[in-house]
Design a protein around this ligand. Structure first.
Ligand code: HEC
Length: 223
């Protein structure tokens, strides 16, 4: 009886995840267009850990999509684990952590003949794998970001006011980048990429992605 109740509860959680659009059970290939090519041989360490902003932000963008369509249903939305599977944000951003990451993502995990995590070898290419790695290791502490509600709302509103004025919108990139300073990733990676940083980046492209930047900030506002 108890067991049945637990499993029913589990089904409800998975069902809710599916309803949110993160429940696609079949592993999904990831569109890695825009990321630099990597050598045929699999790297043993994240090749983009120290990458220049152009590559780093692209990797995070691709990685976020890859994560949401393949990993979020077990490892949690926005990489924040709800307890079904380990919280990947804490996996150390070093060679040891990368080795562990690669082993799990390529081969999955089986326990007593049951697949606890599916293997992604042959489904995700090397770029997709390292993009997902880059996304999870650059996550800042969500509690620290949640503490920034005032700043997030203020900058989102400021940007929305000048949305039709490209020069004025672009000028806000500096303020956004400054707001993103001082956050540390939970993995110990060289830098955290917060919604402030992402929005600043979206404004510094040619042409600036003003709408996308507003959406990035709005998504981080919890109201
Ligand atoms: C069906 C659920 C499920 C899916 C989907 C899934 N995982 Fe997992 N994953 C697990 C479970 C359960 C474990 C714990 C296994 C163990 O004990 O090592 C795990 C472990 C891991 C670990 C080891 C973490 C640690 O701290 O030991 C990594 C890395 C990982 N998964 C990455 C991923 C990535 C990346 C994706 C998406 C591409 C993914 N997983 C998709 C269930 C899942």
């Amino acid at each position: 009886m108890r067991k049945a109740t637990i499993w029913a509860g589990f089904g409800i959680i998975l069902g809710a995840a599916a309803a949110l659009g993160h429940g696609d059970t079949a592993p999904q290939a990831v569109d890695t267009a825009g990321l630099p090519d990597l050598p045929a041989e699999m790297a043993t360490e994240n090749p983009w850990r120290q990458a220049a902003p152009e590559v780093l932000f692209k990797a995070v963008e691709v990685g976020a999509k890859g994560y949401n369509s393949n990993c979020a249903r077990c490892h949690g939305l926005e990489a924040i684990s709800g307890g079904l599977a380990p919280d990947l944000r804490y996996l150390e951003a070093n060679e040891f952590g990368d080795e562990w990451f690669l082993d799990r993502i390529l081969h999955g995990y089986e326990q007593n003949g049951a697949v606890k995590m599916p293997p992604f070898e042959g489904i995700l290419n090397q770029q997709a794998i390292w993009a997902i790695r880059t996304y999870v290791e650059t996550r800042a502490d969500d509690v620290e970001i949640a503490d920034q509600q005032g700043k997030l709302t203020e900058l989102r509103d400021k940007l929305a006011l000048v949305a039709d004025d490209e020069a004025a919108a672009t000028a806000l990139a500096t303020e956004l980048a400054a707001a993103g300073e001082g956050f540390e990733p939970l993995s110990g990676a060289p830098r955290a990429i917060t919604p402030f940083d992402e929005a600043a980046w979206q404004l510094s492209t040619q042409p600036p992605h003003v709408k996308a930047a507003i959406e990035t900030l709005s998504a981080a506002v919890r109201d």
